[in-house]
Design a binder for this molecule. Structure first.
Ligand SMILES: CC(C)(COP(=O)(O)OP(=O)(O)OC[C@H]1O[C@@H](n2cnc3c(N)ncnc32)[C@H](O)[C@@H]1OP(=O)(O)O)[C@@H](O)C(=O)NCCC(=O)NCCS
Length: 178
């Protein structure tokens, strides 16, 4: 996937974002979360969720950026004010999701999406960013650590999907970006 551009998501991207989301989950989380859940992920249902999310984005403090290779969305990143109870949502921005099609992993697109999202958060006045990652997601943790993030000691278990997901929080400063 060469020459992808990073741009704000449009309402009509919902279906392609949903497809990337489902394919990326199925590729990245195989063996980490129950296979029945991965097999049951439904692009049409996810599309409706993304249609709602794209309609609600609260620019400039929240938004979705996509990597577009000229034909398709190959990755996306979503960001918004932190929802964590210990965080000041005026100062702490969150990277809520960053997902690429499996065929695009390792080619630098994730880094470009991340840098663009962090630039938007810095420009919107946030001083730090946080994100939650599955503790067993080694590829993503290496990617974040290479990008200046470090685990801040917070951990939580998300049971909202009917099975436990153990997540750890990463944090980085945005001061070099503003
Ligand atoms: C995690 C993910 C978004 C990373 O995107 P990517 O395009 O694969 O990553 P990149 O190619 O940009 O980065 C990979 C390389 O650049 C390094 N890198 C990334 N950001 C960097 C930075 N800011 N500075 C220096 N190096 C960096 C990485 O360590 C890695 O190095 P390597 O080639 O030696 O392995 C992508 O792999 C993905 O979609 N994974 C599956 C879904 C997932 O797990 N998402 C995270 C959920 S919390």
């Amino acid at each position: 996937v060469h020459g992808a551009i990073v741009r704000p998501a449009r309402a009509e991207d919902a279906g392609q974002i949903a497809l990337v989301h489902v394919r990326s989950w199925q590729g990245a989380y195989r063996g980490l979360i129950p296979q029945a859940f991965l097999d049951g992920l439904d692009v049409a249902q996810r599309t409706r969720t993304w249609e709602r999310a794209l309609a609600e984005t609260d620019n400039p403090r929240a938004g979705v950026l996509v990597a577009d290779d000229g034909r398709n969305v190959v990755g996306f990143v979503g960001y918004f004010p932190s929802r964590d109870p210990d965080a000041d949502p005026d100062l702490i921005g969150e990277i809520g999701a960053i997902y690429l099609l499996p065929g695009a992993w390792g080619g630098g697109i994730g880094r470009r999406l991340m840098e663009a999202a962090l630039g938007r958060l810095a420009g919107a006045g946030f001083t730090q960013a946080t994100l939650w990652v599955l503790d067993s997601n080694d590829r993503a943790r290496r990617f974040y650590e290479a990008g200046g993030w470090s685990a801040d000691g917070a951990a939580k278990q998300d049971d909202s999907r009917g099975f436990p997901l153990s997540e750890v929080r990463y944090r980085r400063s945005l001061s070099s970006l503003s």
